[in-house]
Design a protein around this ligand. Structure first.
Ligand SMILES: Nc1ncnc2c1ncn2[C@@H]1O[C@H](COP(=O)(O)OP(=O)(O)OP(=O)(O)O)[C@@H](O)[C@H]1O
Ligand SMILES: [Mg+2]
Length: 177
């Protein structure tokens, strides 16, 4: 994968916590490309939680994740169907869940997240709504609307697998560990 052409202008901010990474995306395209780098590292059982107001770029980010993971399927917001599945190599699948319309914890349990994690990576939009039903170890990404083209992105790793994932991601996107 080609390095980000203008990645020099999205330097990581000086944060003391090694499990947190922050930067500013300056376009929807850049958010997609950052997503591609993350998607390329995702494996079966990996959980990525996305949080951020309407239009903050969660689905745009998932478009990059699915492409980087290797799926040619089109990514759209699963708001009405709750879960979209994107295929790779015919058999593997990436699950894209939108929890926006989930109101009760029992609804989250009925989704059988474990089954999704057993067949591929899982990416969740509006993850805070079903946080109690999610495993504690995950990569958590907060997106903030800054202005029409800019979005703040904060990555938070919980657990060893996700610390490693974030380290590798930081190295490929920013060239530093
Ligand atoms: N830097 C950026 N990163 C991501 N999206 C951006 C950026 N700049 C502009 N946009 C635009 O903002 C919109 C983000 O929409 P998107 O559907 O990805 O948000 P969302 O967080 O999934 O919203 P929802 O909560 O409704 O699901 C798109 O129209 C996208 O083109
Ligand atoms: Mg969305």
């Amino acid at each position: 994968m080609k390095p980000l052409s203008h990645w020099r202008i999205i330097k990581p901010m000086p944060i003391l916590d090694p499990n947190v990474l922050e930067f500013l995306s300056r376009s929807a395209d850049q958010t997609r490309r950052v997503g591609m780098h993350l998607g390329a590292s995702l494996e079966l059982g990996d959980l990525v939680c996305l949080e951020g107001e309407l239009g903050s770029g969660k689905t745009t980010f998932v478009q990059g994740i699915a492409a980087g993971w290797g799926s040619l399927d089109p990514v759209s917001s699963p708001t009405f169907v709750i879960v979209n599945l994107y295929r790779r190599d015919g058999r593997q699948q990436l699950a894209h869940l939108d929890a926006y319309r989930i109101e009760a914890p029992s609804e989250a349990e009925a989704l059988d997240l474990d089954a999704m994690l057993a067949t591929g990576p899982l990416v969740v939009e509006w993850a805070a709504r079903i946080e109690d039903a999610l495993p504690e170890e995950r990569l958590w990404v907060d997106l903030q609307h800054v202005d029409s083209e800019q979005r703040g992105m904060q990555f938070n790793a919980s657990g060893e697998r996700y610390q490693q994932l974030l380290d590798g991601f930081q190295e490929t996107v920013f060239g530093v560990a």
